[in-house]
Write a protein that binds this ligand. Structure first.
Ligand code: PGA
Length: 258
């Protein structure tokens, strides 16, 4: 069975509870009949529960933007997978480059967080990708190999098959400069090959590898039509209902004028 494209809105530190609920209320009717795509929204923790309630009974899933690897404990400011799950999340974004560069996430913490997500019943959306320096030094595939090897260490083939991996070249995030479809295809193909080698054919085939970095309504078709690109993680262009709707529709294969 072909995989459903997976499109996730990463709202980052945008949208209050009121704004999130208003968005979901407007969005859910517009996507009601789209069944060729899996749609997920990742609000800030404060809006997670309200957004999940507003999305209840719709075809919109909810993701947390991060989690802590412990179930509970003296970790001021942190939120566990169990808490996010109870608040209504079914996925968790893990290892986003902003968390790696600004908040000290490493391949080792990513590894613990992925295990914690599975333990809490959340589907991990694990982010990997190279910086501009690393690309210019031709280290892209080495960086991806290291992030996969260390970040996914100890996971079973079954878990890999249930994961979403977001390839997000750091230089493309929030810059308006997306990877070209050929660059995305090369990186996704490499990731898929490594998964096949290290976790087996079935795991590699089932895992959804999505692209992130300046995805917009006008480039989603070219990116999503590449082999091994199974969807997108969308930041800036997901904040507006109409532009995210266009992206979701294009990924669903509709692509009709809105
Ligand atoms: P962007 O962000 O679409 O604004 O580039 C993508 C992301 O950070 O996931």
């Amino acid at each position: 069975m072909p995989k459903l494209p997976f499109i996730c809105a990463n709202w980052k530190m945008y949208k209050t509870v009121g704004e999130a609920v208003q968005y979901v209320a407007a969005f859910r009717g517009l996507v009601r009949d789209l069944d060729g795509v899996e749609i997920v929204l990742a609000p800030a923790f404060t809006a997670l529960h309200a957004a999940a309630e507003a999305a209840r009974g719709s075809n919109i899933g909810i993701a947390a933007q991060d989690l802590h690897w412990e179930r509970e404990g003296a970790y001021t400011g942190e939120v566990s997978g169990a808490m996010a799950r109870e608040a209504g999340a079914s996925y968790a974004i893990i290892g986003h480059s902003e968390r790696r560069t600004l908040f000290a996430d490493t391949d080792a913490t990513v590894n613990r967080k992925i295990a914690a997500a599975f333990a809490a019943g959340l589907g991990p959306i694990a982010c990997i990708g190279e910086t501009l320096d690393q690309r210019e030094r031709q280290e892209t595939f080495d960086v991806l190999d290291r992030q996969i090897k260390l970040g996914f260490d100890g996971l079973t083939g079954d878990q890999i098959g249930r994961m979403v991996i977001a390839y997000e070249p750091v230089w493309a995030i929030g810059t308006g400069q997306n990877a070209t479809p050929a660059q995305a295809a090369a990186a996704h193909g490499h990731i898929r090959r490594r998964l096949r080698q290290w976790f087996g054919e079935e795991a590699a085939g089932r895992c959804r590898i999505i692209y992130g970095g300046s995805v917009k309504p006008d480039n989603i078709r070219d990116l999503a039509s590449q082999p091994d690109v199974d969807g997108a993680l969308v930041g800036g262009a997901s904040l507006d209902v109409r532009s995210f709707l266009e992206i979701v529709k294009a990924a669903a294969g509709g692509g009709a004028a809105i």
